[in-house]
Design a protein around this ligand. Structure first.
Ligand code: CA
Length: 230
């Protein structure tokens, strides 16, 4: 059973999401403010996935996302945003969200996104039997502990960022279209936008490149996608 946190001040939406996730056999905790969510998390409760509405009374969902991500790089985070908040999507992804969904949304679509994120979070928790370490230039990827090192220095990555790096390492020097990255990381049944790949790449470049505006490792292949090179 997976632990899911919902932070949504609109009760009609919160209730239907909670109901459907509960029917799908998940353990759901639902609160209506970011402050309550932080209180629960600070009390030591751990979640596999958090669904955060952006517009909340008090602290907003974007700030909350940053707070959660600061202490938990493994949790999957999905943001809920209104149509008029396009900018917020990009901002929230840059604070560490893994996915976003625009209101109004079909509850089945949200559930599918949650399941997809959960598969990734779980896969990461499962033990890896062999070939646990992949080297690539100054980088080392430890698949068992899911840690990336650059020149023996640990680099803090989210689950999604780690999965992208794993895909890159296993396909070094190969140009990959964004759709392939999306499928490889978010899963075959992902309905989201390829833009989410770009946002994660931008974040990864900040973390691993000497000069993120002139990347030497995650190279843009114009009109195609990205290539990992050392
Ligand atoms: Ca709201």
């Amino acid at each position: 059973m997976s632990m899911i946190l919902i932070v949504e001040d609109e009760n009609s939406i919160g209730e239907i999401v909670e109901l459907n996730l509960t029917l799908a056999q998940h353990s759901v905790t639902r609160v209506t403010t970011a402050e309550e969510a932080l209180q629960i998390i600070n009390s030591g409760m751990r979640f596999d996935v958090a669904i955060l509405d952006i517009m909340l009374p008090g602290m907003d969902g974007i700030q909350l996302c940053g707070e959660i991500r600061r202490t938990d790089s493994q949790i999957g985070i999905i943001m809920l945003s209104a149509k008029s908040q396009e900018r917020d999507k990009v901002v929230s992804l840059s604070t560490g969200a893994d996915d976003y969904i625009t209101k109004p949304f079909g509850v089945q679509e949200l559930i599918a996104r949650v399941e997809s994120l959960l598969r990734r979070v779980k896969r990461e928790a499962a033990p890896v039997a062999e070939e646990d370490i992949i080297h690539s230039g100054p980088f080392t990827l430890d698949l068992k502990s899911r840690i990336l090192y650059k020149n023996k220095q640990m680099i803090d990555l989210t689950s999604v960022e780690f999965s992208i790096m794993e895909l890159f390492f296993k396909n070094a020097e190969t140009a990959m279209v964004r759709e392939k990255i999306l499928q490889g990381v978010w899963g075959e049944n992902y309905y989201g936008d390829v833009k989410i790949v770009d946002v994660n790449i931008r974040r990864l470049r900040i973390k691993i490149e000497e000069d993120p505006s002139n990347p030497q490792h995650i190279v843009t292949v114009w009109g195609y996608g990205y290539r990992w090179t050392v």
